[in-house]
Write a new protein. Structure first.
Length: 172
């Protein structure tokens, strides 16, 4: 298994605002016109986008949500735990990884508008091999204006029953 530094350097990954590291792999040349998109969008969007995303074991992907569906794909490293917080307050925990017999999946769908956060299962801060390398595919394509990083106080007021998990996976 390669180290997280190997992947960061080899794939030219840079820090992501939600935590972890990323680099864009694909951005469609074709657009979906605004008239064909749901009203939650304010401009035409690419048909699809894709990134590499590396989550170190000593970090987490903070709660955020997108206006588009996002599909996570497991590549290598350790299992990722994703926490999905739905608008109705339901909290769901999903495992992204290679061990199907333990309930892990190679691909996971994050529906648009759902808050979600992630961390490496049993991540270790000092271990160069404690990470997960995944891919994230978004359709209609990702635009940073469609990305919303959760504010701790807002989530706490909306979902007080999930205080522990919100405090754990927000930064401010």
């Amino acid at each position: 298994m390669k180290s997280k530094t190997f992947w960061i350097n080899r794939l030219n990954l840079i820090p992501h605002p939600e935590g972890g590291f990323y680099s864009e792999v694909y951005r469609s040349d074709e657009f979906i016109p605004l008239s064909a998109l749901n009203k939650r969008y304010s401009k035409a969007h690419r048909m699809g986008t894709s990134i590499y995303f590396l989550l170190p074991g000593d970090s987490f992907s903070a709660f955020h949500r997108l206006k588009s569906d996002e599909l996570w794909h497991f590549y290598t490293g350790q299992t990722v735990v994703l926490y999905l917080l739905y608008p109705d307050g339901q909290l769901e925990k999903k495992l992204l990884g290679p061990d199907i017999e333990k309930g892990e999946q190679f691909q996971l769908l994050i529906p648009h508008g759902v808050w979600f956060a992630a961390q490496v299962l049993n991540g270790v801060a000092s271990d160069a091999f404690s990470y997960a390398l995944v891919g994230c595919t978004v359709a209609p394509g990702f635009e940073f204006e469609d990305f919303e990083l959760a504010r701790r106080d807002d989530l706490l007021s909306q979902f007080p029953e999930h205080e522990d998990i919100i405090l754990r996976f927000t930064r401010k």
